[in-house]
Design a protein around this ligand. Structure first.
Ligand code: ASP
Ligand code: MG
Length: 407
């Protein structure tokens, strides 16, 4: 059986016209003797709308009921798409996770998939149905609906592709037709990438390129599910393959694959702290306990036994973090807190860094030539990130894109 798992994002199912349009495309595929499982997101903006309504009633809504509400957008999409398919005489049925046992743990709003039942879906496919599954959700052992975290429909699609042993998983997008070397809205010469490895994609996803959910890429990597990101409407355009580095044709492998930026970070410096054991722990323990994710951390060398510690956190968590630090002032014993919201995290990503030297120097030289000051640096095996002033973000992208010949 030639089986395809396709996932359509929120913009692709954003209106009745669009739903009718993708129904036509799916119908064409069935005529080519393909078995198709379709995973759908909620119509664009719907999950946010449901979240807002709920929060109007309760600031901290009951977790189970909250998932019940915000999972409903996908159910609507699945039903509407099935209706659209039936309308054009294509056998289709929508199937909730409770009907085919997509089981998760109990962590509402960020549940982990434990197993995916395939029997029911396989039987329906054999009978010639297109099976339409609402993404972003599963059920826990009590049979309650759980959700998989924002952007979680990608995860549903990957999990289904793996469980059903599909050759690959297609992720169809309305706003982009693949993964780009950098954000085309900020740099018009950005190029579509033909092939990208899982770790590179993972870095790009977590560094601000919002095309795929990072968790889904991680999952695809673990389960070795090939992903193909392509356009919903420009059906003849080539998309981007996300796969194992070893499977990528050699001539397609690059030293640097992309330049990403993240404007959602902010920076805090805790100055005048004592250089003695336990200080970092006193600073980060309460921040961690509040569920705030700290990214880069830099500690300066000490002068007269006093030092500074600088770290980045999401902008949304800045006020909360400052408040936590202030309430722990006597415990931590610092001089002052300096906050900076106007930062950009700019990163170059590429598997080639593992085998090529001098990449970091090239990045620093390039930023220096562009007269851009670097305030923090961090590296991993396949990425180098610098914190710079937000106003220089666009310029940094342009210079780095040119330097690493991504144009
Ligand atoms: N509708 C959910 C969200 O907006 C899940 C998804 O689209 O993947 O996060
Ligand atoms: Mg999405």
């Amino acid at each position: 059986m030639d089986l395809i798992v396709q996932k359509y994002g929120g913009t692709s199912v954003g209106s009745t016209e669009k739903i009718k349009y993708i129904a036509k495309n799916i119908s064409k595929l069935t005529k080519k003797n393909k078995s198709i499982v379709v995973v759908v997101s909620a119509m664009a903006g719907e999950t946010d709308r449901l979240d807002k309504i709920t929060k109007k009633i309760s600031k901290i809504p009951n977790e189970k009921e909250y998932d019940q509400v915000i999972s409903s957008g996908e159910k609507i999409s699945a039903g509407l798409l099935s209706i659209a398919l039936l309308e054009i005489k294509t056998k289709a049925v929508s199937l909730d996770p409770s009907k085919f046992d997509l089981l998760t743990d109990d962590l509402h709003s960020k549940a982990k998939i434990l197993s995916v039942g395939t029997k029911k879906i396989k039987n329906l496919l054999k009978e010639g149905f297109v099976v339409v599954v609402p993404g972003f959700q599963g059920i826990n052992s009590k049979g309650d609906v759980t959700t998989l975290g924002r952007g979680g429909s990608d995860l549903t699609a990957v999990a289904l592709a793996s469980a059903l042993k599909a050759s690959h998983c297609e992720l169809l997008k309305d706003d982009v037709d693949g993964i780009y070397t950098t954000d085309p809205r900020l740099y018009k010469d950005a190029k579509k990438i033909n092939y990208i490895s899982y770790p590179e994609m993972l870095e790009m996803s977590s560094l601000g390129s919002k095309v795929l959910q990072a968790k889904a890429v991680e999952y695809a990597n673990n389960l070795k599910v090939k992903l193909y990101v392509k356009s919903t409407s420009k059906t003849t355009n080539k998309g981007t393959w996300v796969m194992d580095e070893k499977s990528i044709p050699i001539k397609e492998r690059k030293i640097i694959t992309g330049v990403t930026h993240d404007l959602k970070q902010s920076k805090i410096t805790v100055s005048g702290i004592e250089d003695v054991p336990g200080v970092a722990s006193k600073i980060f323990k309460p921040i961690g306990a509040a569920g705030i994710v700290v990214d880069m951390i830099v500690q300066n060398i000490s002068i007269d036994n006093k030092t500074d510690l600088t770290f980045t956190i999401p902008k949304d968590d800045l006020n909360k973090t400052v408040k936590i630090l202030k309430s722990n002032k006597s415990k931590i014993n610092y001089r002052e807190i300096i906050q900076d919201k106007e930062i950009a995290l700019i990163s170059i990503v590429g598997a080639g860094m593992k085998t090529h030297t001098g990449i970091a120097t090239r990045m620093f030289d390039t930023l220096s030539n562009a007269k851009i000051n670097i305030s923090m640096i961090s590296t991993s095996e396949i990425k180098i990130s610098c914190v710079i002033n937000q106003s220089k973000c666009k310029k940094a992208i342009q210079y780095l894109h040119k330097e690493f010949k991504l144009d």
